[in-house]
Design a protein around this ligand. Structure first.
Ligand code: S3P
Length: 414
């Protein structure tokens, strides 16, 4: 089935989380327009409220009154959101007192050692289940800046350390193995902090005060990727996706689709709150297989499931490598995609750090497990649309995590 028309996907999830957190830390009142009102982002909104910050809806916008964060009197539940848990760990490491963090059945299985280790080096103390999982208690207080070489490219870890660094004495210097999404660095600069970025090294001096600003959140490229792949891989489609964040650390999937032969143009480029924004026109055609690996992976980590779907429609063998981080997302996304696609008739092989997909193949109707992972659910639904088959999802409601009106939005494109 072809995709036709225009769509404005909901606000960017990463930027929405950060808008609440930066608003809480800044001097003054931050007004946020276009917040993604999804389950994940609301976990962050509730968390800043638990830290004594006023964050409330004002007509269509949200307003956050920055102030002094205080030790919470209740356990903070980050729900399904790794970004909430990890970024908040960095903030709470700097709060005098004890914060207890937990999450849902998926989040309590995701690794927290990656933030615990460097935050302990900065002076915070942690008591975590098995040493590295939620629930965990953070004893925060005065922190010391550190120089830290990250083992994995993770924006959540980098952001946790930068947020901790804001309240630390001494300089914080972080080096990533390759560049992950840089919304935190951009928002720090937008809120008036000085951050020096040199390739994959970020350096921030102590004593920086953030000044509240107005933020307009662009559409999430990770959400845009679902209809974009549907349109790109079905000849005769024509789709305009408006107001999308086109930060290069997020748009690896567009470069991959172009390499596969997709017809994509980005128009009307502008800037909102330090982030580049554009309208993306996608015209359908025949796609060809590609290899996705190395430094490209962090720029499209959340889009790999939908690129795997594109590979089922493309001619030839697509290889995905160096993507073992997929195994520690909301679910093991390599295993979940292989299971779902195989049950629909796709030719997919599982590797430790990726997948091999043979295309094109005609998928058939069937029932699939989402593992309550929003991106797996949306990806399998897009395959249903593109192949014009019936795919029954066991838990369609999990799309609330990042794209609450996903199913009705997709219906407008038929
Ligand atoms: C995010 C960073 C990425 C991404 C996640 C959101 C962020 O996670 O997968 O959906 O907002 O910083 P990692 O830092 O674990 O790579």
């Amino acid at each position: 089935m072809k995709a036709h028309g225009e769509i404005t996907p909901p606000g960017d999830k990463s930027i929405s989380h950060r808008a609440f957190l930066f608003g809480a830390l800044a001097n003054g009142t931050t007004r946020i327009k276009g917040v993604l009102e999804s389950r994940d982002v609301m976990s962050t909104a509730k968390a800043v409220q638990s830290l004594g910050i006023e964050a409330r809806k004002d007509h269509e916008d949200w307003v956050v009154k920055g102030g002094t964060l205080r030790e919470p009197i209740t356990v903070i539940d980050a729900g399904n959101s790794g970004t909430t848990a990890r970024l908040l760990s960095g903030i709470c490491a700097g709060i005098d007192g004890v914060t207890i963090l937990t999450g849902d059945s998926s989040l309590v299985c995701r690794p927290m050692g990656r933030v615990i280790t460097p935050l302990e080096k900065m002076g915070a103390r942690f008591l975590a289940r098995s040493g590295r999982y939620l629930p965990m208690a953070i004893q925060g207080g005065s922190l010391q800046g550190i120089s830290y070489d990250m083992e994995i490219a993770s924006a959540q870890v980098k952001s946790a350390l930068l947020l901790a660094g804001l309240s630390a004495s001494g300089t914080t210097t972080i080096t990533e193995p390759s560049k992950s999404r840089d919304h935190t660095e951009r928002m720090l600069a937008y809120f008036g902090a000085e951050v020096a970025v040199d390739g994959t090294t970020i350096c921030m001096s102590p004593g920086q005060r953030l000044q509240a600003r107005e933020i307009t959140v662009p559409s999430d490229p990770s959400s845009a990727a679902f209809p974009a792949v549907w349109a790109a891989a079905t000849p005769g489609s024509s789709l305009l996706i408006r107001g999308v964040c086109i930060n290069p650390t997020r748009t690896g999937f567009l470069r991959v689709l172009e390499r596969m032969g997709a017809h994509i143009t980005v128009e009307n480029i502008r800037e909102w709150a330090g982030e580049p924004v554009g309208d993306i026109q996608v015209d359908g055609g025949v796609l060809h297989a590609t290899t996705i690996e190395g430094e490209e992976i962090p720029t499209l980590i959340d889009e790999i499931p939908i690129l795997v779907a594109a590979a089922c429609l493309a001619q030839g063998r697509t290889e995905i490598r160096d993507a073992s981080e997929l195994r520690v997302k909301e679910t093991d996304r390599i295993a979940a995609m292989v299971q779902g696609l195989t049950s629909l008739g796709a030719h997919v092989d599982e590797n430790d750090d990726g997948m091999t997909i043979e295309g094109p193949v005609q998928l058939h109707s069937g029932s699939v497990r989402t593992f309550s992972d929003h991106r797996i659910a949306m990806c399998l639904h897009i395959l249903a649309k593109a192949f014009d088959i019936d795919v029954h999802l066991d838990d369609p409601s999990c799309v609330d995590i990042s794209y609450p009106d996903f199913f009705s939005s997709m219906e407008t494109l038929v």
